[in-house]
Design a protein around this ligand. Structure first.
Ligand code: PYC
Length: 314
C-alpha cells in the first residue's frame, strides 16, 4: 500500500508519496535519485502514469536527507523520469505537510539539485526559496524545421529552460495544441544541435512569454515540460529562470516583486536576492510564492495479477 496526498498548485497536480515508497539506501538525495532512476522506474510510472495518474502529474517521493539542517529529502518525478527541482511541487509539499500537521516554521528540504526552503505562510499559501538561478546564454539562435529561426535565452532555475519572447504564437489556453507543437519542435532542434545546459544537461523545458491582460500581472507564460505535457501553473523553476534573465538584463532588482501568470491564469509571485559574491546580473536566489489545495488523501494499490500495475507506460 502506497499512501499519497494529492494537491494542485495553480492547476498543476502534485502527488506526494508519504509512505510505501522504495528504500533508496540513504545518502545525498542526488545519489538516491540515481538509484530511483535505475532501479525503481516502475514505481515512478505506477504512481504518476495512467491508470492511477495522468501525464501532467508530478510525483514527490519523500526520502531521508543527508543534510543535518534539512527536515526531509524529496525526489520529484513526472511521466518520463525524475525532475531537477519543482517549485509547484514544493508548494504542494508545503500544503501537504500542513495537512499532515507537520507544516510549522521554515523548513529546509534536500532535493536532487540542492537545498531549498519552504514556509507555509497561511493554510494554502507557500513560499519557496529555490536553488540559485542564472542565465547561461542570451539570444541563442536555432533554425527550427517547419518554423524558421527562433531566438531564446538558456537559463537554469532548477531545470534547464529555453525562454522565448519573440514568437508568432498566441499564448492562450485555447491554443494549447499549437503551443505544444511549436515548443516541442524547438526542444527537438536544441537536442539535435547539441545545445545543452552548462553540465551537458538537456534543455527539456521550453517557455514562451507574452503580455497578460490580468491586472497587476507582469507576464504570461506557456511552459512545455519534458514529457510533452504543459504546466498548468506558471512553473516555479521556469519563473526562477525568467527572474534570472530579467536580472541579467537589469529589468528586475532586489525588492521588486514579479507577478508571473501561467497559461491557465494562476499567478506566482517572485523576488530575487543576491548570491554570495556574484553580482545580481550573474546569479540570483529566487523566492516564489504560490497557492495549493489538497485534492485527495488515498492509498494506491498495485495488484500482483494486474498486467498494467506499473502503469500503461511502465
Ligand atoms: O513548478 O518548477 C515547477 C515545475 C517544474 C515542472 C513542472 N512544474
Amino acid at each position: 500500500m502506497i499512501r499519497v496526498i494529492d494537491s494542485h498548485t495553480g492547476g498543476e497536480p502534485t502527488r506526494v508519496v508519504v509512505s510505501g515508497g522504495p528504500d533508496l539506501g540513504g545518502g545525498p538525495v542526488a545519489q538516491q535519485c540515481e538509484r530511483f532512476r535505475r532501479e525503481f522506474d516502475w514505481f515512478r510510472s505506477a504512481v504518476v502514469n495512467e491508470p492511477r495518474g495522468w501525464d501532467a502529474m508530478v510525483g514527490a517521493l519523500l526520502c531521508p536527507t543527508s543534510e543535518p539542517e534539512c527536515s526531509t529529502g524529496v525526489i520529484f518525478f513526472n511521466n518520463v523520469g525524475p525532475l531537477g527541482m519543482c517549485v509547484h511541487g514544493t508548494i504542494g509539499l508545503g500544503v501537504t505537510l500542513g495537512y499532515l500537521g507537520q507544516g510549522t516554521g521554515r523548513q529546509r528540504i534536500e532535493t536532487n539539485v540542492g537545498i531549498v526552503e519552504l514556509e507555509l505562510l497561511e493554510s494554502n499559501r507557500v513560499e519557496v526559496q529555490n536553488v540559485a538561478s542564472y542565465r547561461l546564454a542570451k539570444d541563442v539562435e536555432v533554425d527550427v524545421p517547419g518554423i524558421g529561426i527562433v531566438i531564446g535565452d538558456i537559463a537554469w532555475g532548477g531545470n534547464w529552460f529555453f525562454l522565448i519572447n519573440d514568437h508568432n504564437q498566441h499564448v492562450h489556453y485555447e491554443n494549447i495544441e499549437d503551443l505544444t507543437d511549436y515548443s516541442w519542435k524547438v526542444r527537438q532542434t536544441l537536442a539535435a544541435n547539441g545545445i545543452t545546459g552548462s553540465d551537458g544537461g538537456e534543455i527539456d523545458h521550453i517557455e514562451l512569454f507574452s503580455t497578460s491582460e490580468q491586472e497587476g500581472v507582469n507576464s504570461k507564460n506557456f511552459v512545455l515540460c519534458p514529457g510533452r505535457e504543459y504546466d498548468r501553473s506558471p512553473c516555479g523553476t521556469g519563473t526562477s529562470a525568467k527572474l534570472a534573465c530579467l536580472a541579467a538584463d537589469s529589468k528586475l532588482s532586489e525588492g521588486q516583486t514579479w507577478h508571473q501568470a501561467g497559461i491557465t491564469g494562476s499567478v506566482f509571485e517572485g523576488e530575487i536576492a543576491k548570491v554570495d559574491d556574484y553580482p545580481i546580473s550573474e546569479r540570483v536566489m529566487p523566492t516564489i510564492r504560490g497557492t495549493a489545495y489538497i485534492t485527495a488523501d488515498s492509498q494506491l494499490v498495485l495488484q500482483e495479477d494486474d498486467p498494467l500495475r506499473t502503469g500503461i507506460k511502465g
